[in-house]
Design a protein around this ligand. Structure first.
Ligand SMILES: Nc1ncnc2c1ncn2[C@@H]1O[C@H](COP(=O)(O)OP(=O)(O)OP(=O)(O)O)[C@@H](O)[C@H]1O
Ligand SMILES: [Mg+2]
Length: 409
């Protein structure tokens, strides 16, 4: 049985573990001992093995994992947790296995390096000023010629943590401090680049494109449409695959995505690209991760297209031509349930079970404490749907949750 090393079973790891099982490939996870203890039982049950290391010392972790991989005959490496995708690229290169360019792999997690690579390779992306302290940010911003609003964000964070859109210079100090609040990654504890990026604000509608890359050949699988709440917190409340877009707009997004993936040296693996379609035409990249999408999007792609991105990722890691031909032409959507406030959970009522509903999931048990809205951890469940077209699945999703009530105590 072939063996693949998975660099941390976080993010969409279950999709990879399921794909490994279906392909008859053993997936061994590299993690920290205490993080392994906190894995969900379903994840623990699916892993074929585990190797403990300490990613807070990246050089030592790389050495240990290379020794393990050679001794155990590991034939492929996949990264899942975005922060560790450069480790996956370096390990694959060290072992002579398929992976991404180790020299540019930091550009897939560090937005400072990413912005520099985009500029070098003329990829359409927001112009960016870098600063280590707030005075330098103010000076850089004044010299840049950017008009407000501008975006202030950390070089290395995720989940929109520390990302602010500011309307004027008086908001800069607070936004800057928010963007520089983390010195270490959690939960592995390796140091983060505390450079702050100030970017011109890109208008338009945001999408993601999910792609598979095999031996440098880039295949965009689909455009995903993201639904977010308005207001101070922009929690993601749903996704639809594929986005309801014209062929021309889809081609624009794919073209820009391909340029970004090339610039970052993603040559064997997957890419999650966030980008905006501009009102004036064209698109600009917000960011790219060398990882699977979250929010159960791999399952939505399976339902809508009959293509399994996680399976393709494992195949690519093993040097096998991935199966990317669409087998269906439908649409799929997910809408998350988010309670209006924190409290003690009672029940979820009013979800309409139409024929389009594929699954309804409720996370908490009665009496569990739940968080309010604010970020993605506030979710208490979801409804997943399929239909013939994106328009139909969006209508079915709206109807399914129109009378949703979340009872709290
Ligand atoms: N330059 C920009 N112009 C317009 N909007 C932006 C810009 N940069 C970021 N955003 C908005 O902020 C969101 C979060 O930014 P970004 O993706 O860079 O950070 P992140 O922490 O990696 O977030 P996440 O993990 O939520 O995707 C983006 O999805 C986008 O909506
Ligand atoms: Mg992002």
């Amino acid at each position: 049985m072939k063996k693949v090393l998975l660099i941390e079973a976080m993010g969409s790891a279950e999709d990879l573990l399921d794909a490994g099982r279906e392909l008859g490939v053993q997936i061994v996870v590299a993690t920290h001992r205490e993080i392994y203890e906190s894995y969900a039982p379903a994840v623990k049950e699916k892993v074929s093995g585990v190797v403990f290391t300490d990613f807070s010392d990246p050089e030592r972790a790389l050495k240990e994992l290379a020794e393990y991989a050679r001794a155990e005959g590991v034939e492929g490496v996949v990264g899942c947790w975005e922060f560790l995708t450069p480790v996956a690229a370096r390990l694959a290169a060290e072992l002579g296995l398929p992976g991404n360019d180790p020299e540019r792999a930091d550009g897939c997690r560090n937005k400072r390096v990413m912005a520099q690579l985009f500029e070098e390779h003329r990829v359409p992306a927001p112009r960016t000023v870098l600063a280590q302290d707030c005075d330098a940010a103010a000076a850089g911003l004044a010299a840049s010629g950017f008009t407000y609003p501008v975006v202030v964000k950390p070089a290395e964070q995720a989940g929109s943590w520390g990302v602010s859109v500011i309307q004027g210079p008086d908001e800069l100090p607070e936004a800057f401090a928010a963007a520089q609040a983390w010195e270490y990654e959690s939960p592995h504890g390796f140091p983060l680049d505390t450079t702050v990026l100030i970017q011109e604000y890109v208008g338009g509608v945001e999408y993601s494109v999910e792609s598979v890359v095999f031996e440098g050949r880039i295949t965009p699988l689909t455009v995903v449409q993201k639904f977010t709440t308005d207001g101070v917190f922009r929690a993601e409340i749903g996704q639809t695959v594929p986005a309801a877009l014209s062929e021309a707009d889809t081609a624009t997004l794919y073209g820009t995505t391909v340029a970004a993936i090339r610039a970052l040296g993603i040559t064997n693996g997957v890419a999650h690209t966030e980008l905006k379609l501009l009102p004036e035409g064209g698109a600009k990249i917000i960011e790219v991760g060398a990882r699977l999408p979250g929010d159960r999007v791999p399952e939505l792609i399976r339902l809508a297209r009959g293509v399994d991105e996680a399976r393709a990722f494992v195949q690519v890691a093993l040097g096998i031509e991935p199966e990317l031909t669409p087998r269906t032409d439908r649409a799929a959507a997910i809408r998350f349930f988010v309670p209006p406030r924190a409290g003690r959970f009672r029940s979820i009522d009013g979800v309409v079970r139409s024929p389009q509903v594929h699954r309804i999931a409720v996370y908490p048990q009665p009496d569990d404490e739940v968080r309010g809205p604010g970020d993605n951890d506030g979710r208490v469940g979801y409804v997943m749907l399929t239909a013939a077209t994106p328009q139909k699945v969006n209508r079915a999703a709206d109807a399914a949750i129109a009378n949703l009530t979340i009872e709290l105590e």
